[in-house]
Each structure stands twice: as C-alpha cells, then as structure tokens.
Design a protein. Structure first.
Length: 151
C-alpha cells in the first residue's frame, strides 16, 4: 500500500511540474504570438488539448483566439475569431472572477483591441484589480508580464 501511495505522489508531482512548464510556455508566448503565426499555431494546439481542465487555460485559449485576428486577412474571419476568443475569456471570468491571471488576459486583450470592437468595458476595473492583487501572484513570469502591461 505504501508503494502505491508513494508512486501516486511522485506521479502527481511530475504532472504538476509538466503543467507548470506548459503554463510558462503559454505565458511566455502570449505576447510573442501577435507577431509570429508559428508560435500562435503551436500554442493553439497545446491549449485546445487543455481548455476543459482549467479556467486559466480557457482564458488563454480565448486570448490566443483574439490574437489570431491579427493574422487573418478576411474581415469577417477576423471578427468571428475575435468574438470566439472574447466569449472564451468571458466564460473563464464568469467561472473565476477573482483569478488574477484571467483578469490579466482580459486586460491585455481589451487594452490592445481596436476600440471599434467595443471590447474595452473592463479596462479600469481590471487594471485596478491587477494593481491591488499582483502581490498574490506566485509566478515570476506572470508577475513580469503584468508589470510590463501596466506600464
């Protein structure tokens, strides 16, 4: 019984480590995907595997979907993919409204979205939330991304 318990704990630790590694990759590439379609594609493939497991992954999926609008030529496709991403971000927010990372993703998208899309209603609210709660973030990478965005 003890061997099974130890094996379970080691497996859990390994899976947690892989998830942290995946999250760091997703966080690192979030801003880079705006300029690089290959990074965007790689991250979308990864996120489409995980979006059901976590609200944070769902929010990043939505964020990356809104980024795709930068890479699409057809205006209707741009709008459709942006709306799909926006809906995923808002769904993630509805599931975890106090999650700092999800609020960061929404703030980043709203701050960078063209105003004619009308997706900028939460800028002040999210900015204030991030300033107030950034001290509670455990990830140095996320902390850096938020600090950069708030400048």
């Amino acid at each position: 019984m003890m061997k099974i318990l130890i094996s379970f704990l080691l497996t859990s630790m390994l899976l947690t480590s892989l998830n942290n590694s995946d999250m760091n990759e997703v966080r690192t590439n979030f801003n880079l995907a705006v300029q690089d379609k290959n990074i965007w594609k790689k991250m979308m493939e990864k996120l489409e595997q995980y979006n059901e497991k976590s609200s944070v992954y769902l929010a990043y999926l939505g964020g990356y979907q809104t980024i795709w609008a930068n890479h699409v030529f057809n205006p209707l496709s741009k709008l459709a993919t942006f709306k799909k991403g926006k809906n995923n971000i808002e769904l993630a927010i509805s599931k975890e409204p106090e999650n700092v990372e999800i609020r960061y993703i929404r703030f980043s998208v709203q701050k960078n979205a063209p105003s004619f899309l009308g997706y900028n209603n939460n800028l002040k609210e999210d900015r204030d939330f991030l300033v107030k709660n950034k001290k509670n973030i455990n990830s140095d990478l996320l902390q850096k991304n938020i600090e950069t965005l708030l400048k």
